[in-house]
Write a new protein. Structure first.
Length: 312
């Protein structure tokens, strides 16, 4: 008689599959689990199959992104900040910007350093901001102001209004910088070139002329040169500065027949508009625009108002 074949050991695997099927079919908030040799990449273990009667328990796994009772809440992310700063100098017709830095203090340091590298020192900054935009506003003399561009833009509007209240035309929005932008670095061309105009103080001894000195890197030198030219032509009279511009225009004009004046702005168009605006404010019966002088053009000039009005 042949010996009886030993029974095949299929029943432990069958028991595992039965247990897995029962767990999978059970209504619960768990993700669907499956037998596994242990959690692998993208998996996590959520339990074990029942053991006993010589059957070893088998791990049960789920995909890590399936959710379930064992999910841990994601760790809160620290807010990402893009720090930025603007630097400027009183003798500069432009600004320097650094942005997109993740560490506080770096943008301000880099902006000041870039400005000082061109201007030789004396630069200051707007202070640092992050995750938003900053507006740079320019007045008629080339001075800069900054305003944070918030959601309602109220700060920008207030700074713009305060600046505009001090001059004939509204101040200009020069540039807008978002903190995520990397940098803006002008070169030596940013340095202002000054021009000044002077005439005799008061009506007594006034000779109807404006003495101009333009093309100077130092505003004081431009003023002193213009005043000296006036004083040399009018011995014994006191001369005074009436116009000063850095990288801008000195616009001469005459209103009501024989009233002489001059104003300054940053562009020829704005200089003409400013002169006309002043004539309108004065309710002038006439307003004749005369010569315009660019502060960057080197030279010492004499403008005679009466001759310009007659075309001589």
């Amino acid at each position: 008689m042949h010996p009886v074949n030993p029974p095949r050991r299929w029943w432990p695997l069958f028991a595992v599959l039965i247990a897995w099927a029962a767990l999978s079919a059970a209504p619960s908030a768990r993700a669907q689990a499956y037998p596994c040799p242990g959690p692998g990449p993208g998996e996590r273990m959520v339990g074990m199959t029942p053991g006993g009667d010589g059957i070893a328990p088998v791990p049960l796994c789920v995909r890590d992104d399936d959710g379930g009772y064992d999910d841990e809440p994601a760790a809160p992310q620290a807010p990402v900040r893009d720090y930025a700063a603007v630097a400027w100098h009183p003798d500069a017709a432009d600004v320097w910007f650094e942005g997109g830095y993740s560490d506080a203090g770096v943008a301000e340091r880099e902006a000041r350093a870039a400005c000082n590298a061109v201007m030789g020192g004396g630069c200051t900054t707007t202070g640092e901001w992050w995750n938003s935009s900053m507006v740079i506003i320019r007045d008629r003399l080339g001075n800069f102001y900054n305003a944070w561009l918030g959601k309602d833009r109220s700060e920008r509007d207030k700074v713009l209004a305060d600046c505009s209240a001090q001059q004939l035309l509204p101040c200009e929005i020069y540039m807008t910088f978002n903190s995520s932008r990397r940098q803006y670095r002008p070169g030596a061309e940013a340095r202002k070139i000054y021009g000044a105009g002077a005439w005799v103080h008061g009506n007594e001894g006034y000779d109807g002329k404006l003495y101009l000195a333009t093309g100077y890197r130092d505003s004081k030198v431009a003023v002193d040169t213009a005043v000296k030219a006036c004083s040399d032509a009018n011995p014994g009279r006191t001369c005074e500065m009436v116009a000063l511009s850095g990288n801008g225009i000195i616009q001469t004009f005459r209103y009501n027949g024989n009233f002489d004046n001059a104003t300054v702005e940053m562009t020829p168009r704005r200089a003409k508009e400013a002169a006309k605006h002043l004539c309108a404010q004065l309710k002038a019966s006439s307003c004749v625009l005369q010569a315009a002088f660019d502060s960057r053009t080197p030279g010492v000039f004499v403008h005679e108002f009466a001759a310009a009005s007659t075309g001589k």
